[in-house]
Design a protein. Sequence first.
Length: 250
Amino acid sequence: MRTSFGSLVALILAVTATPAFADETDPPPNITISGSATLVSDYRFRGISQTDKRFAVQGTFTVASKTGLYATVWGSSIDDYVFNGADQEIDLSVGYKKAFGATTIDVGVLYYYYPGSGGITSDFFEPYGSVTYSIGPVSAKASVAYAPKQAALRVVTGVTEKRDNLYVAGDLSGGIPNTPVSLSAHIGHNFGPSYLSIGKEYTDYSIGASVTRKNITLGVQYVDTDANFITPSGRNASKGGLVFSLGASF
């Protein structure tokens, strides 16, 4: 039976509304649970719209150990052109994240699952890693993700040759002192040819700002690429545009 992503978001919101009764004097737990539900005006994956430049509902749920091990479920609604009629993307990841002074490393494996993709091979996995260095409120991150050769990454459906994909990115972010405002900048490059690089390599970039009050975050980003990807509706899913978001976390 197909799982409704709306049910996942409803569950996250229900958990968010549940009050915590932990004593402030209790020691930090061995296991922590966190999550969020977010409404975005456009779901961009590495600069390319996955929703034909329309709204998407997203949610995430993470279980983490103080040892640094974690497991995350993330999901979003998508348009059916992404993978042969699929209307959901569900990402399952396991990894290890640890801080060493001002430096944080994060390594893991992410599995992309597209329910309802009409029987084609659409699911694939992608190991990833990043290093973040923080100075005061400013953080710089370098990241890489490499998906080995897999059938789902073929450029054209029906072609037997498997493809791999490499994505490298750099991010800069930081909060403005004594304000709830944070700024961010991103640049990434998708090496092709594969399905993820829409048949050839391209660069994506974005700049953004967000305001956080308690557990509510309102954000805006300008996202653009040097690619050219036209959807079945005639929209250019790779063209620059503003993306707004409203999220609640717990």
